[in-house]
Ligand binder design. Structure first.
Ligand code: NAD
Ligand code: WQD
Length: 339
């Protein structure tokens, strides 16, 4: 049996990853400090899969506990989701972001190296591309992140490239996610923001359920078909399946590989609102306000490289994304606080 370590496995994307890993027959150990998640997600993962997983509540910057973890298991690979991800927070607290995301990854790969575990899948982000004039965006586009969060992701990518150059035994997959959204079709796990959501889809879901009164649409004067921002929304189950394909790819390939994980389609804010209204059967109150600083008009992936090299493609469309997000929201109106 292949055993993998999932850092940040209690979080939104990590918990969906655990479901697919267990269902694919992997043994799974999660390391998470629960700084932005609940262990209830992992109970739900085990209910969905009817399979056990091991959970270690720990910070990945804790070198002693990390070394002990690698001594007590023989991991074949690590999927590294642990990190902080809020753009505005990263502007206000850059040191916390650099310490958690860059230093955390450094500690992790040091422990991996000492233990001789040299296969890693890393959660990078399309945010490393910064502002791009041309869409779709492929992996050869330049990188110029516009905020500290994005710079931590790019620095980790660079660190891992240097590691791969120095030691040919490493097998590293850098996956650049576009906009992960939706929830597991069971409705048992999903995105559970701590405060008022920053991102569009969880915000809309909370307006639909009545937790928030009204969505603010950040600008309708962009050079897009309806004037609102266009993004590449990818179903979280498609996204994590891309990681399974990346693990297969790493079995056959050493070195460092970079792949976009996106659907290749762009949807405007107004299109997302309309799709969520259809999925929920409820009107989504919204008003247009000024643009959000730092936002770009359009961003969507060219997923061709992942299609070809990972044999992966996104299969869930926006309607399905909204249906699954709504199922999670209605079953868990207060997220994991709903028993
Ligand atoms: P999340 O906050 O739900 O999950 C991250 C998990 O990591 C949480 O459970 C948190 O408690 C844990 N964690 C954070 N720091 C830790 C540390 N030092 N030690 C141990 N555990 C720690 O976020 P998510 O949306 O699931 O994102 C997962 C990864 O994907 C992150 O690295 C994020 O930057 C990246 N990513 C997310 C998106 C997105 O829109 N959700 C887009 C691109 C990339
Ligand atoms: C989507 C669209 C907004 C909220 C962010 C991070 C990125 C990545 C994914 C981690 C935009 C509009 C939003 C609202 C709105 N995360 N919007 N009202 O900004 O594309 O990407 O999440 O790596 O790094 O920057 O996603 O969901 O915030 O916004 O009108 O209340 O919805 O202007 O056009 P974004 P988002």
């Amino acid at each position: 049996m292949t055993e993998v370590l999932v850092t940040g496995g209690a979080g939104y994307i990590g918990s969906h990853m655990c479901v697919e890993l267990l269902q694919a027959g992997y043994d799974v150990v999660v390391a998470d400090n629960l700084s932005n998640s609940s262990a209830r997600s992992l109970q739900a993962v085990q209910r969905i899969t009817q399979k056990p997983l091991s959970f270690v509540e720990m910070d990945i910057r804790d070198e002693e506990r990390l070394a002990a973890l690698f001594r007590s298991h023989r991991f074949d690979a690590v999927l590294h989701f642990a990190g902080l991800k809020a753009v505005a927070e990263s502007v206000a607290e850059p040191l916390r972001y650099y310490d958690n995301n860059v230093n955390g990854t450094l500690r992790l790969v040091e422990a991996m190296s000492s233990a001789g575990v040299k296969t890693l899948v890393f959660s990078s982000s399309a945010t490393v591309y910064g502002t791009q004039e041309r869409v779709p965006i492929d992996e050869s586009a330049g990188t110029a992140p516009t905020n500290p969060y994005g710079r931590t992701k790019l620095q980790v990518e660079q660190l891992l490239h240097d590691l791969g150059d120095a030691d040919a035994q490493w097998r590293i997959s850098l996956l650049r996610y576009f906009n992960p959204v939706g929830a597991h079709p069971s409705g048992e796990i999903g995105e559970d923001p701590n405060d008022i959501p920053n991102n569009l889809m969880p915000y809309i879901a909370q307006v639909a359920i009545g937790r928030l009164p009204c969505l603010r649409v950040f600008g309708d004067d962009y050079a897009t078909a309806d004037g609102t921002g266009v993004r590449d929304y990818i179903h979280v189950v498609d996204l994590v399946n891309g990681h399974l394909r990346a693990l297969d790819y790493l079995q056959a390939n050493t070195g460092v590989a970079v792949h976009n994980l996106g659907s290749g389609r762009g949807h405007s804010v107004l299109e997302v609102i309309a799709a969520f209204e259809r999925a929920s059967g409820r009107p989504i109150a919204h008003e247009v306000v000024a643009r959000r600083p730092g936002d770009v008009a359009r961003s969507f992936a060219d997923p061709g490289k992942a299609n070809r090299e990972l044999n992966w493609t996104a299969t869930h469309d926006l309607e399905r994304i909204c249906q699954d997000a709504w199922k999670w929201q209605t079953r868990h109106p207060d997220g994991y606080r709903t028993a």
